[in-house]
Design a protein around this ligand. Structure first.
Ligand code: MN
Length: 171
């Protein structure tokens, strides 16, 4: 994200995640996974989508015009358009797989109930890829379980499908 912010003007970081990850410091480190978006925001403005878990100390850190909670998205799908509308032309997308409901993606370190399903989230990613220039993305937090491998296929398909959306954008 730092490199993308150096290379591209007018960059926004779009975070899809169950967790806001806005702690300044966690367990003695500024670079703990719980601090990832506090660090990202030092380089580019953030839009956060699918959030449903925050520590009390993170609430005042959040920009409440730019955070879209899962329980609000569940009842009002037009909020996805509003989130997309906040993005600048260049967008870096960080996808924490725990953004999905655990019924879709159970293999994460910190699953949280109440997230969007596969079609809902991929529809949003397609919309973003059609309207904006995606300069990079990451997919994190896959934590495979011995009991079944379908979540690994979900993760692979998210990457494959998002790449297809990005490269099919009309020029
Ligand atoms: Mn997360």
């Amino acid at each position: 994200m730092k490199a993308a912010a150096e290379k591209f003007d007018n960059l926004t970081v779009l975070q899809l995640d169950a967790h806001s990850d806005l702690r300044q410091v966690y367990e003695g480190s500024r670079f703990n996974h719980a601090c990832a978006m506090a660090r990202a925001r030092e380089y580019a403005p953030l839009v956060q989508v699918g959030i449903r878990s925050m520590a009390a100390e993170e609430v005042p850190q959040a920009d409440h015009r730019r955070i879209f909670f899962a329980h609000e998205l569940y009842y009002d799908k037009t909020l996805y358009e509003r989130a997309a509308g906040l993005l600048s032309e260049n967008v870096y997308v960080t996808i924490d797989l725990d953004v999905f409901d655990p019924s879709v993606m159970p293999s994460t370190g910190t699953p949280e109930p109440g997230g969007p399903d596969y079609y809902e989230l991929m529809h949003f990613l397609r919309d973003v890829a059609m309207k904006r220039n995606i300069v990079g993305f990451d997919v994190v937090e896959l934590c495979p379980m011995p009991s079944g491998k379908y979540p690994e296929f979900v993760a692979a398909k998210v990457i494959y499908q998002f790449l297809s959306y990005i490269f099919s954008r009309p020029s």
